[in-house]
Structure formats: structure tokens, C-alpha cells
Write a protein that binds this ligand. Structure first.
Ligand code: S3P
Length: 215
């Protein structure tokens, strides 16, 4: 399981010029130029959207998410990591103690209480199994589906995944994969196929897509 990286936040330097004053006159009195009547619109505080990555286990959401956050100077949130931190337990322990149902409730709660953006969120593969999560993600920002074939996922994850309690290769996994394919597609604003593609290339494609969509 990936660890949560530190926030990458922009620092703003504030430079204040010394006030210029006329000799012999108290600064800031009647000679001060009148304020113009024109209204100054504040620039929008947060024009960059949040980016939410969805896709099956092993589709590279955390890897791509972290790289994208670094590149764009955004906060990165790994939802599984945030869930673990919230309850002080590893994901497999949560499954053991509370079952998949308990995990889904926690997942929805943590998704619903994400802090301030702009941020990149890497979700868990089952986020789309809960309908309300899909609405929540689409309200939160731009949802990108990292589509990966089951064969490719198998190649990447192999047979055993101790940190992923639902990764048991076989019919059950194939059934899960098939039942989610449509949900990912519907939940996403756009889809990128990741088979055989380097994560850095996927990051570039996401950045391009965001620009095309007017961010
Ligand atoms: C799950 C995927 C996992 C994790 C949990 C359940 C799933 O995340 O949320 O084990 O239902 O597919 P990854 O997609 O990061 O492996």
C-alpha cells in the first residue's frame, strides 16, 4: 500500500514596498489619490479542479496520483491511506474486523470528509460500488478512469497481494472486474487506457486533458 506523501504547497512571498511620502506633508492625508470607482474583482481563489482517479486494483491510481500531484503542485490524498489513518488500522485488518460492508461505510465517510483542495485523490478500486460515492466524486472534481485490462493487472500484481484483501485471482476477481467496468466508465469524465503505458506518460495525458477541458 502506498504511503501518503507530504503536501506540496505553493509558497507565496509577500513583498511590501516602503510607502513613498511627500516631503513636509503628513503621509496619507487629503492628498491621497481618490480611490477609483472601478471594482476590483478578486481573482478566483481556486481555479484548479480536484482530480479524482478511479480504476480497478493495480491500475496505477496511487502511483499516477502522486506523480500528478508533484507535477501540478497539488495536495495528494490516497483514500485507502486516509481510511487507515482515520481508524488506526491497516486495510486488511479493517476487512477482518468489519467485513467489506464495514470498509465501504468507512470509505464513503472518508470520501465525504476530504479536506480542502485543490488536490489529487487516488481512490480504492471499489469506490464505484457505492452509488453515492459516484455523485460525490463528480461534485468534487474531474474524475479520470485509469482503464487497465485484467491481464495487465494480473501481470502487475501477480498472485499474492497481502495488502489487498480482495485480490484473489480467479473467477470471483473476474466477476468483480466485469461488474465494475461500466460503473467506472459512467462515473468518469474521461477514460485513459494504461496498458503498457509508463505512469509519467499517463500524467502528461491527464494534464493535457485538463487543459483541453478548460481545467
Ligand atoms: C479494493 C481496492 C483496494 C482497497 C480495498 C478494496 C477493491 O484499493 O480499497 O482493498 O474493492 O477493489 P486499490 O484499488 O488501491 O488496490
Amino acid at each position: 500500500m502506498d504511503s501518503e506523501p507530504s503536501k506540496t504547497e505553493a509558497t507565496h512571498s509577500t513583498s511590501s514596498r516602503p510607502a513613498s511620502g511627500e516631503v513636509g506633508k503628513a503621509p496619507g492625508r487629503a492628498t491621497r489619490p481618490k480611490k477609483r470607482a472601478t471594482r476590483h474583482r478578486k481573482p478566483p481563489k481556486n481555479r484548479r479542479p480536484n482530480v479524482i482517479l478511479i480504476g480497478f486494483m493495480g491500475s496505477g491510481k496511487s502511483t499516477v496520483g502522486r506523480l500528478l500531484a508533484i507535477r501540478a503542485g497539488l495536495r495528494f490524498v490516497d483514500l485507502d491511506q486516509a481510511i487507515s489513518e482515520r481508524v488506526g488500522m491497516a486495510i486488511p485488518t479493517i476487512f477482518e474486523r468489519y467485513g467489506e460492508g464495514g470498509f465501504r461505510k468507512l470509505e464513503a465517510a472518508v470520501l465525504g470528509s476530504l479536506g480542502q483542495g485543490p488536490m489529487v485523490v487516488a481512490t480504492g478500486g471499489g469506490i464505484v460500488d457505492t452509488r453515492a460515492n459516484i455523485r460525490r466524486m463528480r461534485r468534487l472534481g474531474k474524475v479520470c478512469f485509469l482503464e487497465t485490462s485484467l491481464e495487465e493487472v494480473r501481470k502487475r500484481l501477480g498472485n499474492e497481494q497481502p495488502g489487498r484483501p480482495l485480490w484473489k485471482d480467479g473467477e470471483e476477481l473476474a466477476r468483480r472486474y466485469a461488474s465494475r467496468a461500466n460503473l467506472y466508465e459512467k462515473a468518469a469524465h474521461w477514460t485513459l487506457n494504461t496498458d503498457g503505458i509508463d505512469p509519467n506518460e499517463i500524467v502528461l495525458q491527464i494534464v493535457e486533458n485538463l487543459e483541453k477541458r478548460g481545467r
